[in-house]
Design a protein around this ligand. Structure first.
Ligand code: PGA
Length: 251
């Protein structure tokens, strides 16, 4: 399969932002014609139902930003992947660097959440990426390979066929710093080569998207790279017009 047969994928990670009013304004700013790419909105959990009903009838799908591993139980304050599915989500962000760094999610925990998402019928959006120190030490590819190995060890390589991988260099998230298109392409190609080496079925068809300070201004040159199949957008996804333009750039 050639890269031209991978449908572009653009997801909005609203992080811990939003109000009911913001959702209504977002929907009224959204263009009449939705761009022809897979578009996923990942609002905070509490707004999922509201966002779904406000966007009803639009060609947009929904995801959550994190889930717990267990399907139910005494885990005060937590949400299961099964609950996300029950609420109409189709995707779950897994292993975002903020979850790894601020909430202590290890590679093993991330693999558990990846498995939980699949079990519940959600498509994981698996985030991988290196810190600035790791990049300076020349370890970027090794770090990302280790993050992927944790999934392969716990879930099996075949499970990577059914996910979207988001390469998000930690130093580019929310900083205004973006990897150059060439730097990002190099890592995306390395990730795809690893999927092929691991015998992942249809490795050429797995979408690998870029995340880290994606904006209208830098999206077209990133999307022009052959292995960059879209984006996971944080800050810029809070503005409906800008996010829709990024989606258009991916189309
Ligand atoms: P950013 O966030 O676009 O604000 O850098 C991306 C992300 O964290 O997924």
């Amino acid at each position: 399969m050639t890269e031209s047969r991978r449908r572009a994928f653009v997801a909005a990670n609203w992080k811990m932002h939003g109000t009911r009013r913001m959702v209504l304004d977002y929907a009224s700013d959204w263009p009449e014609t939705t761009p022809q790419v897979d578009i996923v909105l990942c609002p905070p959990w509490g707004y999922l139902g509201h966002v779904r009903s406000v966007f009803d009838g639009k060609d947009i799908r929904f995801g959550v930003q994190h889930t717990e591993i267990e399907p139910h139980g005494a885990f005060t304050g937590e949400h299961a992947a099964e609950m996300a599915r029950d609420l109409g989500a189709e995707f779950a962000i897994v292993g975002h660097s903020e979850r790894r760094r601020l909430f202590g999610e290890t590679d093993e925990v991330v693999a558990g959440k990846f498995a939980a998402a699949l079990r519940a019928g959600l498509t994981p959006i698996l985030c991988v990426g290196e810190t600035l120190d790791e990049r300076r030490q020349g370890a970027a590819e090794t770090v990302v390979a280790t993050q992927l190995d944790a999934i392969i060890d716990q879930c099996g390589a075949s499970m990577l066929t059914d996910c979207v991988i988001a390469y998000e260099p930690v130093w580019a998230i929310g900083t205004g710093e973006t990897a150059t298109p060439a730097e990002a392409q190099e890592m995306h190609a390395a990730i795809r080569a690893k999927l092929v080496r691991q015998g992942v079925a249809q490795a050429e068809g797995v979408r690998i998207v870029y995340g880290g300070s994606v904006k209208v201004a830098n999206a077209p040159e990133l999307f022009a790279e052959p292995d960059i199949d879209g984006a996971l957008v944080g800050g810029a996804s809070l503005d409906a017009v800008e996010f829709a333009e990024i989606c258009c750039a991916a189309a």
